[in-house]
Design a protein around this ligand. Structure first.
Ligand code: TRP
Length: 71
């Protein structure tokens, strides 16, 4: 991981969106689940603990690679 880690933004487009962090390293496990209600925004980074993120529910996701909506 670089020392300038990427941020990403998740905006919930419905109630009950889950932003789930997955661990970095040889073991890939869920380590945190954050529940967002409609209109709530989470701004987060990839860190030494978090290498991947799973988003469940309808949300607008912005990263340095672009923007995506899952529906
Ligand atoms: N303690 C976690 C970490 O430092 C917090 C976190 C950062 C997180 N980015 C995340 C949790 C993305 C869920 C999703 O890695």
């Amino acid at each position: 991981m670089s020392n300038n880690p990427d941020f990403f933004v998740v905006k919930a487009l419905e109630d009950g969106v889950n932003v789930i962090g997955l661990t970095r390293g040889s073991d890939t496990k869920f380590h945190h689940s954050e529940k967002l209600d409609k209109g709530e925004v989470m701004i987060a980074q990839f860190t030494e603990h978090t290498s991947a993120v799973k988003v469940r529910g309808k949300a607008l996701i912005q990263t340095s690679h672009g923007e995506i909506t899952n529906d």
